[in-house]
Design a protein around this ligand. Sequence first.
Ligand SMILES: Nc1ncnc2c1ncn2[C@@H]1O[C@H](COP(=O)(O)OP(=O)(O)OP(=O)(O)O)[C@@H](O)[C@H]1O
Ligand SMILES: [Mg+2]
Length: 435
Amino acid sequence: MSHLFIAYGPDDLDALLRVHETLRQASVPTWYSPKNSDADASSPVVLDAIDDAFGMVVLVSASSMGSKAVKAQLQRAIDRNLTLFPVRVDNGRLSKLFKSALADKLTDGIDEEGALTRLVGQVRQRYQKRCPVIAVMNLKGGVGKTTVSAQVFGAWQAALGGRTLLVDLDPQYNLTQTFFSMNVADAFSEQDRSVISLFERSQLHAKDLSSPAENWSRIRVDPFPPANQEQICHSLLTSGGPAGRLDLISGQFEISKYAFAPNPESLAAVGANFRRMIDFYRSNYDLIVFDTNPNATFLTRCALEAADRVLVPMHTDMYSLRGVRLLHQVITDQVSAAVRPDLSVLFNAVSRSEQSDFEADARNGAFDKAAGFKLSQTLMTHALPKSAHLNVRSPEPDSSPWQQLLIHKGRGGGLRSIRETLTSVAQELRDLVEG
Ligand SMILES: Nc1ncnc2c1ncn2[C@@H]1O[C@H](COP(=O)(O)OP(=O)(O)OP(=O)(O)O)[C@@H](O)[C@H]1O
Ligand SMILES: [Mg+2]
């Protein structure tokens, strides 16, 4: 579980201790820089602690507003879209940065009655918040699940902010190969720095353990703690790249082993391990996305049971429609109503000419019967066009993972319009998720 960062000025030590002690008693983990000198402003340890935080308490005082370190910390938090919790320590006049970032949230002085209790309440609410989980799924192959997982959610992170985690749940691991070369992806899985460590105890949990990927006939069912986040969540926004947090849990072929599990009990246990791990990450990220395989397997069940919403990319053709119908049937028959995710269907690779009839008919309800449910009511307003830009190639050897994301590419040759569409899809989805 990540921590709450406390930013404070050199003269705020009394206030720091009071806030820290109150949060400690409320079992909220905190982190603050012990020295807090100006040199800390760019110290990697401090910057990493901000990147890993779920929020930042900012002690607002003449001292903190005059501190270079606090200014840099606050700016970093703003860039990372962290939730900010300001606490007024004295009546110093707000500086420009503090005013723009904090003025609308600044209600309490630290000495006002109940101020620290209110702070704990707000922090707890944020700390226990479980972020949305979206599974990108269609039981038809090649409809753009992986493309949507990378490009729409890359755009979500860039345009709407928040910390996003992509999980490659497809044994073909194409999403991972979108960002990393095959060699890098395979090196991750050799060390279990990959999706299998969400299902079974692995080398990430004990150095002397063999990899669960090596033995297909044995499944380790015992529960385990979450792996060290730095080991398993690979950052796609590498240094020198765009701001924010967009991570990937790398995929691998070996999770196919669950298709050959010797008994249902072991699968149930491994599925529960997976759900517990995702639950854990739900407090550390603002959005979790699964890219999934195109056939109904144990992995499909895991994804459906952990997700709040299924995003279904489909082409404007009858084969895709069949995939959507089967998926809807699987969800209704196999997932209990209490955890059943909502469905949103996104037209992908729509070409100008064919868009006309099929898309218009679908929106008018002409295919509701063939789909077996009210498809027309689940269709997203925005659609992704067929575009060579969305046909993303493998990464160049020396490129950074984020360079694969269209949202971070230039504007020429129609890129601008694709970026706007990706952002519109992300915005529409966010509105749906936030309901
Ligand atoms: N809107 C688009 N315009 C042009 N090409 C696209 C578009 N969307 C996807 N593609 C291309 O279509 C192919 C299939 O897409 P993708 O791999 O995302 O599908 P998928 O549903 O994940 O496939 P699978 O079922 O194998 O996992 C890829 O080559 C991809 O680059
Ligand atoms: Mg795919």
